[in-house]
Structure formats: structure tokens, C-alpha cells
Design a protein around this ligand. Structure first.
Ligand code: 5AD
Ligand code: SF4
Length: 444
């Protein structure tokens, strides 16, 4: 698969990574890229320019899965134009549908399910050994020609670094496919997480994003024999040289305990933002969802957090049209949203996932009702987002410049300004306007 560039030294191989779904999927896409980057691939932003594509899939809702599958379909022409190209399909839908994907899309070189991520470097090496051998020769020829490889341009900002601390989920929310495709919880050792945090900070990361399906359930006995919990990890991460901010995703309400709230209060680097899915405001629905909390107990946790950290903004996820959801249940959801006042909310129509408990239920909410509820909920949530954005007009906020004139405030709002632009710098930006979901401002 060596390619000639203008008859001179062979060009470097180009890798495109695309990830559907959550932050973990994006981070996993980055890990999938690792073994290829180590073999000399350079990242490119456009799939058309790529010699290899890693497509990390999501299966949380049918719609997410369909988007990933249709992209695999569209890549047929790209792959067939040059069979030496490499197409790797990975992630949650690959775990659920591996065999079917191989049959339906025979031109895919490698299908790696979400449970195999740890093993992935070995899998990719074995599967693609012959191709990589050619690639190594390409690299050596290029190096001999005196050209230095272009500096890798990451697909995520190198200023914000994801660090996976745990994988999997031990709960059994009745609508959710994730425990099936990701397996049970596994925690990374304290030392390994901290080593990665230090390495990424040393390489220029200013914000660390601690990741896991139920990230705050992380707990391990460290090498010194002492038990470490997520609150300890938050403090330790914040204390690393160069780390200005720490975020985490996704927390489980059960582990937003007093210890973690206290850690928030005493760790200035912990961001003013928490994204914690509530899913519904009806206790009857929450119980059928097997969420193990009530609307009131969820609110109580958030109120405690707000008392400890008044500047915190809350984001959440909500599902409408869960089987048997009545108008009355839905009113409870609107009521909860009115009290929770999330600055951002991701809202979804319930999507049955094969093999989950809820998919067995027959009390389906009609499609049109789901649609109407979603529209009403979105109107309420959009209004709250707008209010929060307007409240920022005229205020000065601290923004971490991620890509040169663009970044996030401590409360996770996106902010754009003109100059000066310098990735990695913390800036004070005065907010002067809004554009869709982005705040516009001027650097002080
Ligand atoms: N149907 C609709 N939404 C779902 N989510 C998870 N499973 C489903 C489903 N079966 C939503 C939840 C979760 C987010 C990642 O996706 O709100 O928090
Ligand atoms: Fe999608 Fe869930 Fe997998 Fe993330 S963990 S990629 S949201 S199915």
C-alpha cells in the first residue's frame, strides 16, 4: 500500500478516525488509532484523503446505530477504489452485530467489538501484519529520503485530554444496551491512570476529562495498600503539574455522594459543570427504568452540589416515551426539568434495544405521542439553555483556548472570540453575544 508522491519519496499513510456516540466512543476511537499512529500513519480530517479509516460505532439507540451502519455502506466505494486501503469497524455496534457486519459489509478488514478494546493492539497487529510490513518499508524509505513526518494533528484538541478510568457498567437500567455490549465494570489501576494524566499534562494537556460509563463508581486498592475512590482521583488529577481543569463523564447519581461533593468544593480545578442523566421525572417510570432513585433524591443530590459549588451548571439526558409513560408521567418530567434547570439537556425518544428488559414490554407509546412530548420537552429545555446563555452577556468568563479562538468556559459553554488565539492558554473573555449554542466574546 505504499503510495508515491510526485515520483519522489513514498507518501506517509493517512488515517481518519470517526466516532459515533459518547465521549468514551471518541476516546476509544483515539485508542484505536494508537497502533496505527505508532506505525507511522498520520491523522487526516477528511475520510476521502485517508488510506485507513477507523470507524467507532454506537448502538445506544437505533438511530445512532443506523448512522454508523450507513457510513460503513458509504465507504464501500472508497474501499473498492483501492483494496489496499484499511477499514476497521469497532465499538458498541460492532460488539452487538459483529458477525452480521462481516457478512453484510465483506469489504471491512477488521471488526472489533467494544469488549475487545484492551486487546485491540494485538488484534490489529495480527490481522493486518502483512499490510503493516509494507508500511514499515514505506516509512523507512521516507525517512531515508530525509523527510520528517508532518506533526500529527489530533482529531481531538490536544489541550483537552481524555483519560479512561473505568469501562463497563454493573447496572441494569431496563432500556439500556450498554451493559451487554460493554460488559461489567473494570477499573484501571490508580497508578496507570495517574501516569497517563501526568504524561498527557507533560505533553500539553491543560484539561483532563476522566471517562467511564459510570466514572464516579471507580475505586481501587492502590499499590500502597490504600483504597482510592473517585473523589481521591479527582483531587490527585487536579494536583498534577500543568493541569488547570478536571472534568468527568458520565457520573452515576448513586456515587455523587457527600465525599465527592466535598472534593468538588475544595478542588478549584474541578470544572463548574456536571452532566448527569436523570432520564425521567416520574418515580413510576424511574422505577420501571430500574434507576434506583426518585426525582426528589436526584434533585437533592444536585442541590447539595450546588450549595457546595454555587457556580456549577448541570447538564442531563432525558428519555420520552418509555413504555407505559402516561401524560401524567410526562408532566412530572417537565416539572423536574423546571426545578433542575439544566443548562444543557440531551433529549431522546425511547428506542427499544433488542435483548433489554424494556424491549419486552408491550405498552408502547405511539410514535406521534413520543414526537409531541419530545417537542414540548425540547421547547422547555431550549428556553433554559437560552436563559443561561443570556445571563452570561456582559460577564467575563475563563476560557481554555482549544483550537485558537475557540474553547469552553469552566461551565462547559462553548465560547468563540477573535484574537489573540493560542491553543493551551486560559483566557478571560467578555461575553458580548450568542450564536446558536456558542457564546461570542472579546478577549480582555
Ligand atoms: N432509548 C432512548 N434513549 C436511550 N438512552 C439510552 N438508552 C436509550 C434507549 N433505549 C439515552 C439515555 C442515556 C443516553 C446516552 O442515551 O438518556 O443517558
Ligand atoms: Fe454509544 Fe453507549 Fe457505546 Fe457510548 S457506550 S458508544 S453511547 S452505546
Amino acid at each position: 500500500m505504499a503510495r508515491e508522491s510526485d515520483g519522489e519519496a513514498p507518501a506517509l499513510m493517512r488515517l481518519h478516525v470517526v466516532a459515533f456516540g459518547c465521549q468514551m466512543s471518541v476516546a476509544d476511537g483515539g485508542e484505536m488509532a494508537g497502533p496505527l499512529l505508532a506505525r507511522g500513519f498520520i491523522p487526516v480530517k477528511d475520510s476521502k484523503d485517508a488510506d485507513a479509516i477507523v470507524l467507532n460505532t454506537c448502538t445506544v439507540r437505533q438511530h445512532a446505530e443506523d448512522k454508523a451502519l450507513s457510513m460503513i455502506g458509504r465507504l464501500r466505494a472508497w474501499k473498492e477504489a483501492d483494496p489496499d486501503r484499511v477499514l476497521i469497524v469497532s465499538g458498541c455496534a460492532a460488539e452487538r452485530l459483529g458477525g452480521w457486519i462481516r457478512e453484510r459489509f465483506p469489504y471491512v478488514d477488521l471488526v472489533v467489538g467494544a469488549k475487545s478494546i484492551e486487546d485491540y493492539p494485538r488484534i490489529v497487529e495480527t490481522a493486518l501484519a502483512a499490510k503493516f510490513e509494507m508500511l514499515r518499508e514505506t516509512r523507512e524509505a521516507f525517512a531515508a529520503g530525509g523527510g520528517a513526518p508532518a506533526a500529527p494533528i489530533g482529531w481531538s484538541s490536544p489541550v483537552v485530554a481524555p483519560v479512561t478510568v473505568m469501562r463497563g457498567c454493573n447496572y441494569s437500567c431496563s432500556y439500556c444496551i450498554v451493559p451487554r455490549v460493554r460488559g461489567r465494570e473494570a477499573y484501571r489501576p490508580y497508578e496507570a491512570v495517574m501516569a497517563e494524566v501526568r504524561a498527557k499534562a507533560a505533553a500539553g494537556a491543560r484539561e483532563i476529562l476522566l471517562l467511564g460509563q459510570t466514572v464516579n463508581s471507580w475505586r481501587v486498592v492502590a499499590g500502597d495498600g490504600r483504597q482510592r475512590r473517585f473523589a481521591d482521583l479527582l483531587r490527585a488529577t487536579a494536583a498534577v503539574d500543568g493541569v488547570a481543569r478536571v472534568r468527568f463523564e458520565s457520573p452515576h447519581p448513586r456515587f455523587l455522594d457527600d465525599e465527592l461533593i466535598a472534593a468538588f468544593a475544595e478542588t478549584p480545578a474541578a470544572c463548574d459543570h456536571i452532566h448527569m442523566p436523570v432520564q425521567s421525572g416520574s418515580d413510576r417510570v424511574l422505577s420501571r427504568m430500574r434507576r434506583n432513585y426518585t426525582a426528589a433524591s436526584f434533585l437533592e443530590r444536585i442541590e447539595r452540589l450546588r450549595a457546595a459549588r454555587p457556580s456549577i451548571e448541570v447538564g442531563t439526558d432525558i428519555i420520552v416515551g418509555f413504555p407505559s409513560e402516561t401524560d401524567e408521567d410526562f408532566e412530572r418530567t417537565l416539572e423536574l426539568v423546571g426545578r433542575l434547570k439544566p443548562a444543557t439537556a440531551y433529549t431522546f425518544k425511547y428506542s427499544p434495544r433488542e435483548g433489554t428488559e424494556a424491549a419486552e414490554r408491550t405498552e408502547d407509546v405511539p410514535a406521534q405521542v413520543k414526537e409531541e412530548r419530545l417537542a414540548r420537552l425540547n421547547e422547555l429545555c431550549d428556553g433554559l439553555t437560552e436563559d443561561a446563555m443570556k445571563a452570561r452577556l456582559g460577564r467575563t468568563v475563563e476560557v481554555l483556548d482549544e483550537t485558537g479562538g475557540y474553547g469552553r468556559a469552566r461551565d462547559a459553554f462553548r465560547v468563540k472570540w477573535e484574537t489573540p488565539a493560542e491553543p493551551g492558554r486560559l483566557r478571560k473573555v467578555r461575553i458580548t453575544g450568542t450564536m446558536k449554542r456558542t457564546l461570542l466574546g472579546e478577549c480582555e
